[in-house]
Write a protein that binds this ligand. Sequence first.
Ligand code: GAR
Length: 226
Amino acid sequence: MSIDPQSHPPVKLGVLISGEGSNLQAIIDATGRGELRADIRLVISNRADARGLERARRAGIATRFLDHRRFKSREEFDRNLLIALTAHEVELIACAGFMRLLSPVMLRAFPNRIMNIHPALCPAFPGVDAQRAAIDYGVRFSGCTVFFVTEGVDDGPVILQAVVPVLQDDDEQSLAARIRIAEHRIYPYAIRLFQEGRLHVRGRKVFVDNAGSTDDEMMLIHPPLR
Ligand code: GAR
């Protein structure tokens, strides 16, 4: 059964960033191409110089700078995030390079409605410098993971993963660039699955309606067997 995304209203999205905002840009672009029905209500950055703020402004999206250093605790910062997001009637939050852990204040207000993306195949290599860690370990594959945020670091229920090879002469930058291409494909798609009502969280697993996977798409071998 194919799903008509038009049958569901656009998802009211809030995006949290700290820096470059290339994933935000991918979400904006997917929306522009009609691949994702999202109404991006607000972009919040905890850093004034985040390039993503400029990307949002250029797309005509409301922005807020909220300096975490102004608040006494993580919870107080989160309460202010919450006020801004609810004032813009946000239903789903996408963290996109947002380098702050969220407290229960946010998690309770948006249960299974906060997504994040991590540049590794979770639960491998959580936290910062995931690409460096993958190269140092010598894994043959890495990739990226979109997941629902929990209190842990990059360990919530997995929504989508994409796999990329780690090549022998890769450095952190070349691997990060390959992973980033995959990030820009899967993050808008994960949001689309939410918008279409196809994601169901049970325990720590996410079930996807009409996932349509077949076995023969599922094997990757690297280096190739030749
Ligand atoms: C992305 O690679 C994202 O996976 C990573 O930050 C980068 C943000 O890039 N997030 C994490 O490492 C979370 N632990 P962007 O600002 O260009 O979207």
